[in-house]
Design a protein around this ligand. Structure first.
Ligand code: MG
Length: 293
């Protein structure tokens, strides 16, 4: 639902954006399986390789709790935790859009007390079966029997097109704004990410939205080569992420307040700035025109 105060919807990537690591590599390295994972990657797509890897670890007696213990030790900056909580407190809806998996993300967010800050997570599904084996599935089924996501961008892995997912989220935003009779089409959307897979969703944003690429990471080069319609606000480190994100949130809330307080003025009036609401009654009530913000 659209926030009443103009706070934007913020969509976060997870790996190297919320946590300062790739969570798949973090778990594999922590459990001493780096070389075997590299070997699997020679034959399998990434998403299938990490599922096969956790299957091998289970067969060797590693438990889901062992994996959880690794994930609790994954680096997550206090600046990120503070930014997430502050953005939520300011009225933002927050979502995760990640090519990691539901088990890893849920474990990390719960450990840092952040689960309740997020309204939804779109990622590769994961579950623990009756034997205690963690299973990780692709978000979009592909290969034998699966149609795949159909996106032609080479930066999208076969198991997940984040652009397709964001398109669905943006459609829901548009429908919610229309149902609420919002004068704006919808609230602004902020997308925060670092990787090649974050480029496609950046292209789905429009003018008035924001993309926040991690400086020096692959999505930055892609955006520099072919910029999206959204405003680009890069961040250099996690303290910077917090500063840039909360700056956008406060700007959007202030913009919504100005829009709300903008008043009608006569068509022949030379005023160019909105007036405070309490001055509206002083103005003649004919031939009105909306003052642009
Ligand atoms: Mg990432």
């Amino acid at each position: 639902m659209a926030a009443s105060n103009g706070a934007p919807l913020v969509v976060f990537d997870f790996d190297k954006t919320i946590v300062d690591c790739d969570s798949d590599n973090w778990v594999v390295d922590a459990l001493g399986a780096t070389r075997r994972f590299d070997h699997l990657l020679r034959h399998l797509p990434w998403n299938h390789a990490i599922d096969a890897m956790v299957g091998e670890l289970h067969a060797e007696g590693r438990t889901a709790e062992d994996i959880r213990a690794c994930l609790r030790a994954a680096p997550l900056s206090p600046h990120v935790a503070a930014a997430v909580k502050a953005a939520r407190a300011l009225g933002c809806e927050l979502r995760v859009l990640s090519d990691a998996n539901a088990f890893f993300i849920d474990t990390v967010l719960a450990h840092h007390g952040l689960s309740a800050c997020f309204s939804a997570t779109d990622t590769n599904p994961a579950h623990i079966d009756a034997a205690g084996r963690l299973t990780i599935r692709p978000y979009h089924d592909f290969g034998s029997g699966g149609a795949g996501h159909g996106c032609a961008l080479p930066t999208c892995p076969p198991n997940m097109c984040k652009g397709k997912v964001l398109e669905r989220i943006l459609l829901q935003e548009q429908e919610a704004a229309a149902a609420a009779g919002s004068s704006r089409l919808r609230r602004a959307v902020v997308y925060v990410g670092d990787g090649r897979g974050d480029y496609c969703p950046s292209l789905k944003l429009r003018e008035g939205d924001y993309v926040m690429p991690r400086a020096g990471y692959p999505v930055c080069d892609l955006i520099a080569a072919a910029p999206p319609a959204a405003a680009v606000r890069a961040w250099a480190d996690f303290e910077d992420l917090a500063r840039v994100l909360l700056g956008i949130v406060n700007d959007e809330i202030a913009r919504a307040a100005v829009t709300e307080h903008a008043v009608v003025v006569p068509a022949d009036c030379c005023r160019t700035m909105p007036l405070p609401v309490h001055q509206e009654a002083l103005l003649p009530q004919q031939a009105a025109v909306r003052v642009p913000n």
